[in-house]
Design a binder for this molecule. Sequence first.
Ligand code: NAP
Ligand code: ZN
Ligand code: ZN
Length: 349
Amino acid sequence: MSKVIGYAAHSAEEALVPFNFERRELGVKDIQIEILFCGVCHSDLHTARNEWQNATYPVVPGHEIVGRVIGVGTDVSEFKVGDLAGVGCLVDSCRVCPDCADDLEQYCDHEVFTYNSPDKHTGKMTYGGYSNQIVVDEHFVLHISDKLDLAAVAPLLCAGITTYSPLRHWKVGPGSKVGVVGLGGLGHMAVKLAHAMGAHVVLFTTSPDKVTDAKRLGADEVVISKNPDEMKRHLKSFDFILNTVAAAHNLDVFTELLKRDGTMCLNGVPALPHPSPSIFNLIFKRRQIAGSLIGGIKETQEMLDFCAEHNITSDIEIIPIQDVNQAYERMLKGDVKYRFVIDMATLKA
Ligand code: NAP
Ligand code: ZN
Ligand code: ZN
């Protein structure tokens, strides 16, 4: 066992505070990683504050992890000490079910999330990346290019793959008109990725002050979603819309913008349900509302390689870990441009 320090929430109402715990002994297939940076995802906040009613405390959040390999088990073949390494939202799955066989571990009924999941190794819950070290089976560890800024790569491990996977699944590319709803951590990655895939990208935002940034990030057009006249101009015109909003809202104002057979995929997981969508909006044009969960390990590596090739990283604000509670408050106000990343060097043992 190795002694580790992290930051944990001990209840839904309390701020995150320093927390000492242990990581398991290195198994034969395990990789031990010194965590250098960890992104702050809205899911961290939802979980720390028990907004999904599924938190088991203490919760050590963090699933946008990048660092350096400091130990490898005897049967590890893909990594060596000194390599850069990444860990996203998953650290295990059953490996034998149809979902695992299809490299879609995120849909495995026995997936183990990086934090707040029962850990079969320790009998406790998994603890995430707001910590200085992690031990993970090599199947769930990603290779990171040394060509990109390491801190800005961290958010690709969740925000990047969560948006890349549906864009690929719904075959976004040249000739597609794609909407992205919400310019936060996920949304800004969706804009960059859809642009790099060659689509015509329209960003929907509730924040007028984000218009200039959205264009710089790759949006061809920006629409203030609270303005009905601006929305009307796009009626029945989208092939695909990726909705990344973290709060419950009226979906109808977006479904009516889809073409016949168009799909709006929901990425956001608000604490409260969305108001029920209009069935008329769906049946009259055979439109679909879908959902998508992160992405499998193989596709995550493909996304990281795509980003290295296209020089894509996240736009980040680096924070010391002591500021994480304040970062949560700013995230709730939409005041993040566009992902907080914790510099783990600020976590003193
Ligand atoms: P984030 O950085 O906080 O961004 C969310 C964005 O949604 C905000 O920047 C804002 O954009 C918009 N928004 C927030 N509140 C709103 C409201 N009341 N009405 C309208 N728009 C609002 O969050 P994130 O880290 O990108 O995560 C987004 C959601 O995805 C969260 O619910 C998270 O748990 C979920 N998630 C899902 C998966 C998955 O696998 N499906 C993976 C990761 C995260 P504007 O200012 O541009 O309007
Ligand atoms: Zn996440
Ligand atoms: Zn499985």
